[in-house]
Design a protein around this ligand. Structure first.
Ligand SMILES: [Zn+2]
Length: 320
């Protein structure tokens, strides 16, 4: 006899075989997160899906909106918990990268701080109320308004839980539309932090420069649903990606060391050679403030294409 119970995430409860949507408060603030809890009819894994940790990465955000609206609890084995948009203010105010109220990049704040500013508190709630109650975390991104990039699956590359790292890496093979699979050495991003505490995770990137299309949303949904099939949370056979992709295991992620004018000398289609000049930042009178050179031979994964750049913002990444 199946005695599946009600589940509660961030204060939003759902009875077995039902879906419920509601708001999760961020203590000490007036901010609330939109949460969808899908409690499947049968027992199975709990998968957390997040989007809009960066508020303007639209193909992912729209795909996750549609998934939350259409997913049928009768088709779900286990639980799917969706938080989208995580950075509500960033989404509504069209602010790239940052939480508008504190100017912080939410995806550098994990595991967060319950006494910190809004971004720290959102990260804390996401960690405590959601990640720690899940078996897998799928975080969805894309190129933000100033970014041109490929489609990737990022998998966590550091941590003390080899089984979580193995599952994370294997799940990347089920992201059908990835052009690159990239091992990450970061620790304070949402998905990396999940795996640091033993929960396998994956970060998807698709789309760029503040645009979105039906085709990108379709591809994004295909990726999400295929990973959910691989996790046995949705019915049907998961397809392993057939298209060979490069597995990038060494990456450089450059952040601007000054505010001003950004001139990249490469595009995302380019390969770079060790020692090659790849970009520079100039001040508002044209004086060169910072110059950037490739450390090794590789391929450009992401390049910021906006003329204006602010200190601390991503400007270029390449890998091999
Ligand atoms: Zn992002």
């Amino acid at each position: 006899m199946d005695l599946k119970k009600e589940v509660v995430f961030g204060g939003v409860a759902a009875a077995p075989g039902t879906k419920n949507q509601g708001w999760c408060p961020i203590p000490g603030t007036d901010c609330v997160l939109p949460v969808t809890v899908v409690n499947g009819a049968g027992e199975g894994k709990t998968v957390l899906i997040t989007s809009a940790i960066h508020g303007c990465e639209y193909p992912s955000i729209e795909a996750v909106f549609r998934f939350a609206e259409t997913v049928d609890p009768a088709q779900v084995t286990g639980q799917i918990v969706i938080v989208n948009p995580v950075n509500v203010d960033g989404f509504l105010t069209r602010t790239p990268y940052l939480v508008p109220r504190d100017g912080k990049n939410l995806n550098r704040l994990f595991p967060g701080d319950p006494e910190g500013s809004l971004g720290d508190r959102i990260a804390w709630v996401l960690t405590e109320e959601f990640q720690k109650k899940c078996d897998f975390h799928l975080d969805t991104h894309g190129g933000d308004i100033p970014e041109s990039q490929f489609s990737y699956a990022y998998y966590p590359g550091v941590g003390e839980y080899p089984e979580a790292l193995r599952i994370a890496r294997e799940s990347a093979d089920y992201v059908l539309n990835a052009e690159f699979v990239v091992k990450s050495a970061a620790i304070n991003h949402a998905y990396n932090y999940a795996t640091l505490i033993g929960i396998p995770s994956l970060m998807l990137e698709l789309g760029q420069t503040g645009t979105w299309s039906e085709e990108e949303v379709r591809q994004y949904l295909e990726n999400i649903e295929n990973v959910l099939r691989w996790l046995k949370v949705l019915p049907g056979e998961a397809m392993k990606r057939q298209k060979p992709v490069r597995d990038i295991t060494r990456g450089v992620y450059l952040d601007a060391e000054a505010s001003g004018r950004w001139y990249p000398f490469v595009t995302r289609e380019d390969t770079v050679k060790a020692g090659q000049k790849i970009g520079e930042i100039r001040d508002l009178f044209g004086k060169v403030l910072k110059e950037y050179y490739a450390e090794f031979d590789g391929i450009v994964l992401m390049v910021t294409v906006s003329l204006a750049v602010r200190e601390g913002d991503p400007i270029l990444s390449y890998g091999a």
